[in-house]
Design a protein around this ligand. Structure first.
Ligand code: UDP
Length: 235
């Protein structure tokens, strides 16, 4: 397959495929960054594991009626996905207080939230991904109010599906980040990845962190956390 690099991000590369205008290859790297790129390293086998984890979760969501960009996994660290225009809004959904929720609003880490919180962040490395509102999003022309209502409703359904899926595997879905894009017919679909890079997963019994926080805060056993998530969701 003849491929040309279109874009390289912090954790993934996107390639165009000769003769296929509506599809791209999404390749997962072992590179890891945190704190807006200030901390950098590689996590052995992360690319392979995040490819498999994202494949399992995108398939599960697709089977449950969520429109996604996922088409098929083609190698250990690559998948074919529908080409989309990414909407420059990072959608974060939270069930349990952690991370920036504690720093910004004074929640106590580990508190189960009364209701899921959906937040929007501008996808911009130069501006440091600021938290913003639907009014900012519409004023910037990133998406319409109706688009954002749809994105929020999809996010809450995805949250329910992920919580149910992971509960059976003894994992709490603390929070996660989603990205959406527009396909060639202008439909809004789920894109990007769902992995321990983009979610917080805690063991139900021990509250052990099984996600990128192990890398962010030098907690050790980083590679093992990604492996553990994959092993628990494989069957
Ligand atoms: N997240 C992400 N990419 C980002 C920022 C956040 O995938 O650029 C994920 C993060 O892994 C966590 C959730 O979104 O699962 C909420 O992150 P938070 O706002 O608490 O920020 P953080 O503490 O990760 O900086």
């Amino acid at each position: 397959m003849e491929k040309t690099l279109l874009y390289e991000g912090k954790a993934k590369r996107i390639y165009s495929v000769a003769g296929k205008n509506d599809e791209v290859i999404q390749e997962f790297k072992d590179d890891a960054t945190a704190f807006n790129g200030l901390k950098k390293d590689t996590i052995h086998n992360k690319g392979i594991r995040n490819t498999e984890i994202t494949t399992i979760l995108m398939n599960y969501l697709g089977e449950n009626g969520i429109p996604t960009h996922f088409i098929e996994k083609i190698s250990d660290n690559e998948m074919i996905v529908k080409k989309v225009d990414i909407i420059k809004v990072e959608v974060v959904c939270r069930n349990v207080a952690a991370g920036s929720l504690i720093k910004k609003f004074g929640f106590k880490e580990g508190t189960a939230l009364q209701n899921p919180i959906v937040e929007y962040y501008l996808k911009s490395d130069t501006l440091g991904d600021p938290l913003f509102t639907v009014d900012h999003i519409t004023a910037l022309g990133l998406a319409s109010a109706k688009d954002m209502e749809y994105i929020k409703s999809l996010t809450l359904i995805i949250n329910e599906l992920l919580v149910t899926f992971f509960r059976k595997r003894n994992i709490r879905v603390v929070d996660f980040k989603l990205e959406f894009g527009r396909d060639k017919d202008n439909n809004i679909i789920l894109a990007d990845e769902i992995s321990p890079d983009t979610c917080r997963f805690w063991d139900v019994e021990t509250n052990e962190k099984l996600d990128k926080d192990r890398f962010r805060f030098d907690l050790g056993k980083v590679e093992e956390a990604y492996e553990e998530i994959l092993n628990r969701i494989k069957n």
